[in-house]
Design a protein around this ligand. Structure first.
Ligand SMILES: NC(=O)c1ccc[n+]([C@@H]2O[C@H](COP(=O)([O-])OP(=O)(O)OC[C@H]3O[C@@H](n4cnc5c(N)ncnc54)[C@H](O)[C@@H]3O)[C@@H](O)[C@H]2O)c1
Ligand SMILES: NC(=O)c1ccc[n+]([C@@H]2O[C@H](COP(=O)([O-])OP(=O)(O)OC[C@H]3O[C@@H](n4cnc5c(N)ncnc54)[C@H](O)[C@@H]3O)[C@@H](O)[C@H]2O)c1
Lengths: 207, 207
């Protein structure tokens, strides 16, 4: 089984290759790709070896080709239709973040329980009542949910989303969620990013 | 140099140990810690070996002791004073997220340029004008900045924050930032979390 840490590196390689492609680079060495991605060349070669032969033969990786192959490995060569559950602060920020769409994630519906929000329109998409979860998920064709509700209602929301046919949930609510084995739940905690920053700042202070 | 991926695993070990401690566990095996953290026992032992001897001697790790040692390694045994730069949607969501304070990150000041926001108070903390960046950073003792401004103004904000003495920046704006070598900039991209979810969902579809 491929660990989540390996998958995260693949994402970083992919984003790095996009930037190199944007800068007009045709070929990149594993050494350069590793340095830009914060790892080492042996790790790059090992990560890629799980997925086949990316033949370097001493001349480096073709940037566009490697990017496309990693996108396929990550499953982002497919456009995932996303339902945003919770139209609050975090929901608003994620809704208007353009990078999602560039990587194959399109928000197609929004759900909330607040009567002041339900019935408003965000950039052409209605904010629907969570009561209509089943109908909205099915009619919008959503496969993935981004869950940005308060923790207290998150498990109930997950149960309703699973019943409606959602297959994957990106959860921000600070609570452990239960879901059947055929549904993938991935938890996000921004605190981990601050801890990474703390580590690198502490290093600096000690030098 | 310790890679960012290793540091991220340390964070996950730390959060896992907090949950075990909360559940009343005194000791945990490297096998169980690895499984809960999404990695393998050899990786746990290797990650910890960079930082000294965490002597398992076949009886497992003492939960509270290992947690405290990892907190010290991450530098979160110290309370980091944080200035929030940008009082918009993402800023609001991060401001009210209680998990930051539980891991040693306290938001002590808020900066924005919008006259409708400047002068308001969030939970006892004034939203100050970014024009007063230098004065506010110094008087609030902020060491770290969380940057949630539009991309177009982010580099200027970084320059002003560095002049004010900020040593670390957690950047959410989708732009590459330049900073002197004594200032740590860490970029966050939630898209990577969605890509991780995509990978695990794709796996499922192919089984
Ligand atoms: N994981 C992280 O790093 C991180 C960071 C910040 C915030 N959070 C969490 O994200 C969540 C959202 O934060 P926020 O600042 O946007 O909160 P918010 O209060 O601004 O928004 C929550 C929204 O959920 C809606 N809601 C309530 N019950 C609902 C239900 N049953 N179904 C659908 N929608 C419902 C509310 O009406 C509101 O619009 C919180 O749980 C918060 O703790 C996580
Ligand atoms: N990295 C990610 O995963 C991710 C996810 C969502 C949003 N974002 C990014 O985060 C940023 C904030 O998003 P948002 O939805 O909160 O936007 P927003 O428009 O709601 O908030 C931006 C805030 O910044 C303030 N501002 C503008 N110029 C400023 C300056 N010079 N100094 C201080 N404050 C200033 C605005 O007045 C506003 O209050 C954007 O750059 C967005 O692209 C990143």
């Amino acid at each position: 089984k491929i660990s989540d840490y390996t998958v995260r590196r693949l994402s970083v390689y992919c984003h790095t290759l996009e930037e190199l492609e944007h800068d007009g680079m045709d070929v990149v060495s594993s050494a350069r790709l590793a340095k830009l991605a914060g790892t080492n060349p042996a790790q790059v070669r090992k990560d890629l070896s799980y997925f086949g032969n990316f033949g370097k033969r001493g001349s480096g990786y073709p940037v566009t080709d490697l990017k496309s192959r990693i996108r396929k490995i990550l499953g982002i060569d497919h456009v995932w239709r996303v339902v945003l559950v919770g139209a609050g602060n975090l929901g608003s920020a994620l809704f208007s973040y353009k990078d999602f769409e560039r990587h194959g994630f399109q928000i197609v519906s929004i759900l909330d329980t607040d009567p002041k929000k339900v019935g408003t329109k965000w950039d052409g998409i209605w904010v629907s009542s969570f009561d209509k979860c089943n109908k909205v998920v099915k009619s919008s064709g959503a496969e993935v949910a981004v869950l940005v509700t308060p923790a207290a209602v998150a498990q109930d929301a997950v149960n309703r989303l699973v019943d409606a046919g959602i297959k994957g949930i990106l959860n921000f609510a600070p609570v452990k969620l239960e879901a059947p084995s055929h549904v993938q739940v991935r938890n996000v905690n921004i605190t981990i990013e601050l801890e990474g920053l703390s580590f690198s700042m502490k290093d600096l202070q000690e030098e």
